[in-house]
Design a protein around this ligand. Structure first.
Ligand code: ADP
Length: 387
């Protein structure tokens, strides 16, 4: 099945205001790109102090489930997009029925938002992915251990993922709709950003390598370009193109891959928005993922995706025990350094493990980027203070 989204006429001159559901760091990082393109951005977020609130033209404060709030966002915008997946697709469908442009479409989000439906979609389109089965604890597990449990909805940054190796792991599972995946014997993990415009033109970014935090299952480091065999890189590129075309996608989309010990490429998951694995594009590519997303959803032509320099991005999470107002320690040291780019997310509160910032290091080689990043990591952290 191919999903088709109706294209509203009148591109792109009439798109002046982009409404973004979600005002987190991804929306925040869209703002400089929007200014460059002459676009205004209005955000919707439940938190009036969200990362993007300070710089967006307007913040609609409301829930992602609220049709009223989404209508308010749409009424202020020429096109609605989103930076998180936790949005009512029924409300987005209503916006579409009322004549608003929603990009990517509500149908796309319906497929991706629910991990089980996403896997079924991949399977239907012959995109290789690990074996899976629906499963809702505390019902008996349909598979023997080991395997991987995933919440169908609202999981992110490793929350909603559990490796099941023992009965104790199973006993700890929360209730709620979930699925099991076969445990893949991962050799390494890759990701790619891909953009597709309203006319169906596609632009691929370079393939990147992602290093995960083995405990938290959260992305730790992204290296661009990946050091993968040419056949693996070509496979990832063709799978990415197949996915965006099957979704009739508009915007940028991230695809994460596993390469198993046999060298097989499997799609792990797809994200219908700019993504952590694409932050390096801000400094390292001719067009950032944020500008590219805005170009696509506003009906503009896509920009060049050329990698200008090798790059490494690492996340900075709230330090263990950090609570209260964030205190950024050691971040000023890189002011004026053209090869070290610090992005703080302006979140009002820090929590242990919360994504608070990222740093991108540009270098002449992968080895140099890894070495410089290792040194920087030792000097920066985000703590908390109580006012
Ligand atoms: P999230 O949506 O929270 O990013 P993912 O589904 O991407 O969660 O899983 C997070 C990480 O957990 C992956 O990057 C990988 O390291 C590990 N993981 C997930 N699924 C599997 C699997 N089927 N086999 C082995 N490891 C897995």
């Amino acid at each position: 099945m191919t999903i088709r989204s109706a294209d509203a006429p009148g591109e792109p001159a009439d798109v002046r205001v982009v409404g973004v559901a979600g005002g987190g760091q991804l929306a925040q990082m869209m703002l400089p790109a929007a200014a460059k393109l002459g676009l205004d951005v209005v955000v919707l977020d439940p938190d009036a102090n969200c990362s993007a609130a300070g710089q967006a033209s307007h913040t609609v404060v409301g829930s992602f489930d609220s049709l009223e709030a989404l209508r308010d966002l749409a009424a202020r915008s020429d096109v609605v997009t989103f930076e998180i997946e936790r949005i009512s697709t029924a409300a987005l469908r209503t916006l579409e029925a009322e004549g608003h442009r929603v990009r990517p479409s509500a149908a796309v989000l319906e497929v991706i938002q629910d991990k089980l439906v996403q896997k079924q979609f991949l399977e239907r389109h012959a995109v290789p992915t690990s074996a899976f089965v629906a499963c809702t604890p505390p019902d008996a597990l349909p598979w023997p251990l080991p395997c991987v449990w995933k919440a169908r909805r609202d999981g992110y940054d490793g929350r909603g993922v559990a490796m099941l190796r023992s009965a104790a792991d199973v006993a700890r599972l929360p209730a709620g709709e979930a699925m099991l995946e076969a445990l893949v014997d991962i050799d390494y993990e890759l990701a790619i950003m891909i953009a597709r415009d309203v006319r169906g033109n596609v632009a691929l970014y370079p393939l990147t390598e992602i290093l995960m935090d083995p405990q938290a299952h959260v992305m730790d480091t992204v290296l661009a370009p990946a050091e993968a065999p040419a056949a693996v890189a070509a496979r990832c590129a063709s799978l990415a193109e197949a996915v965006v075309s099957a979704l009739d996608y508009v915007g940028v989309l991230a695809i994460e891959f596993f390469v198993d010990k046999q060298g097989e490429v499997l799609v792990n998951e797809i994200s219908p928005r700019p993504h952590n694995s694409g932050h390096y594009t801000i400094e390292a590519c001719a067009t950032s993922q944020f500008e590219q997303h805005l170009r696509a959803v506003s009906g503009r032509e896509l920009g060049a995706t050329t990698l200008l320099r090798p790059a490494l991005t690492f996340n900075i999470l709230g330090a263990p025990g950090a609570q209260g107002t964030p205190v950024y320690v050691g971040f000023d040291a890189f002011e004026g350094d053209d090869d070290v780019h610090v992005h703080c997310y302006d979140k009002p509160l820090v929590r242990p493990g919360r994504k608070m910032a990222h740093i991108t290091v540009l270098a002449d080689s992968r080895a140099e980027a890894l070495e410089r990043a290792a040194r920087i990591r030792e000097t920066v952290r985000v703590e908390g203070k109580h006012d």
